[in-house]
Design a protein around this ligand. Sequence first.
Ligand code: HGY
Ligand code: MN
Ligand code: MN
Length: 412
Amino acid sequence: MQIEVDARRLAAELDQLASFSTSDPPSVTRIVFSDVDLRARRWLKELCCSAGLVVREDPVGNMIARWNAGDHDAPAVGTGSHIDAIPNAGRFDGTVGVLGGLEAIRALKASGFAPKRPIELLVFTAEEPTRFGIGCLGSRLLSGALDAEKAGQLRDQAGSTLDEVRKAAGFHGSLSNVRLTTNRHAAFIELHIEQGPILEQSRHQIGLVTSIAAPAALRVVIHGQGGHAGAVLMPNRHDALTGAAEIILAVERLAGASGALDTVATTGLCDVFPSAVNSIPSRVSLGIDIRDINLSRRDLLVEEIRKAIEGVSRKRALQCITEILNADDPAQCDRRILDVLRRCCEDEGVTHMELVSRAYHDSLFMSRIAPVAMVFIPCRAGVSHRADEFASLPDIANGVRVLARALAQLAS
Ligand code: HGY
Ligand code: MN
Ligand code: MN
């Protein structure tokens, strides 16, 4: 089968999607349900409809664009990813899997391939945790990994609930109707940039993901006493921010001391109150991201960090409230799909290697309701979640061709 990818059209679409952003180019900021996100969704929906796909959006805004071919009752073969982007991010994270997935479907249609079962492009809501504090919101609800009631009450920084925000964005209906049955998809394959340096360093063109790391996130609120920066003498202080600083350094130290390079932890959020130069911080909230491909090691680190927080709290007479926002299992990718992908790489004449995904993805949750695999392409110097994130068009086209071949094989 000859797969013709229209790389120029794909490049133009990636540029167009990147233009739906609240930050200046080359960075992209596209927070879920923001105006730019809603405009991007409308644009993408148009694109899917003009490709002859039937588009459905569920109560949380997951978009399912379906090529209703073959036996309509048969479990579909799915692909897809996300289009939301964290603040000041790059233009390839997620979007390569969405527009690349669409291009793979268009290439199959153009080749005259006739699937024996439907093929679907899924665009997941809120893969990034930016607005509601938990990542993969849409795929968690699709897979039943998150209680619908609890999800609806998640609040953003302005205090609005997910239910309020999604309904204002036009997504109605009960979140409990988002959940898909386990036999809805025969397979799900996500195309994504690696977001790490291994592929580029190893000079392989395609990465076949064998497992996806287990993410956990903590929110820690540290209460001190605050007070006047001039009047409160040092021995009498209970400074919430210096306590937070000790905790942040403990997170880094404990992750580094785990004995394995696969253990990582980051304090990516630090909000200080009242945030005035001449007022001792009375309250600090931290967002801590903890991951490992080994679940027990990840859980051990979470426990060690909790103990370190208690120690700082006692030592400095602070009050610390630690909440585990999520602590998910890792996902193993499906060997049968990986074998199909390996053969597709050989048919396409592209080099490939197996690797783990240290980033999490919607495939982590789709793996609970379908066999999954991921196709990685290199990104320059492994950089991601930064404005200078870059993937070359030939690398993207390689990923799309391998994906298209695999979708065809799995849908035959
Ligand atoms: O954080 C992650 O791993 C993903 O890029 N949201
Ligand atoms: Mn991301
Ligand atoms: Mn992503």
